[in-house]
Design a binder for this molecule. Sequence first.
Ligand code: SF4
Length: 65
Amino acid sequence: MKINVNRDACISCGACEAIAEDIFELDDEGISVAKVKETNDNEEMELAREASTSCPTGAIEVSED
Ligand code: SF4
């Protein structure tokens, strides 16, 4: 799975970091960044999917490739 944050769409709500702090963090500007950009770990993939569906602006893109 590839994980990407569309930083232009992020509104700094913090939900992704709250759900998956090992994968997402808010940077100095308060914009989310994916610390993990690619993973095959089942737990990480589940958390990334949950963050993606929870993001209010749809800024988190996950690809199942
Ligand atoms: S959940 Fe979405 S809008 Fe909120 S901080 Fe994360 S990427 Fe940004």
